[in-house]
Design a protein around this ligand. Structure first.
Ligand SMILES: [Zn+2]
Ligand SMILES: [Zn+2]
Length: 132
């Protein structure tokens, strides 16, 4: 269900897609399968912008995520200069570091529109403008 288009689906979304082919499939089965795929390294688990976990089939390509804190839109990003993210040995606390998962947060173009939510606090929302 995660294959094909590059999406970041919640377990519930995977479940509703799966039901198109397997009407009797349970949400628990979907959760178990997703957890197995995550454990196998086939799928990435992303804790998004305060919402439900998303599942990412793009596990083979090193990438990070850009999340809209308002609508939850989630995109793949490929930041440069990742070496700056390496932990110094003094900061590793004895861990063998196997991966890094960075989430950039902000407002997507749709959510930046002042028309969509007049009550929004612009001064807070605009502290970290997109640098691209
Ligand atoms: Zn948004
Ligand atoms: Zn992704």
């Amino acid at each position: 269900m995660l294959d094909g288009e590059h999406l970041h689906l919640t377990a519930e979304a995977v479940h509703s897609r799966a039901q198109n082919r397997l009407p009797e499939i349970s949400l628990a089965t979907v959760y178990n399968t997703l957890n197995e795929l995550v454990a196998m390294g086939e799928v990435l688990e992303i804790s998004g912008a305060g919402g439900a976990k998303r599942y990412d089939p793009n596990a083979r390509i090193d990438h990070h995520h850009l999340v809209c804190t308002k609508c939850g839109d989630l995109r793949d990003v490929f930041p440069h200069g990742r070496s700056g993210l390496d932990l110094a040995s003094s900061d590793r606390h004895g861990y063998e570091v196997t991966g890094v998962d960075i989430v950039f947060r902000g407002l997507c173009p749709d959510c930046q529109s002042p028309v969509s939510s007049p009550a929004r606090h612009d001064d807070l929302a605009l502290t970290e403008p997109a640098d691209r």
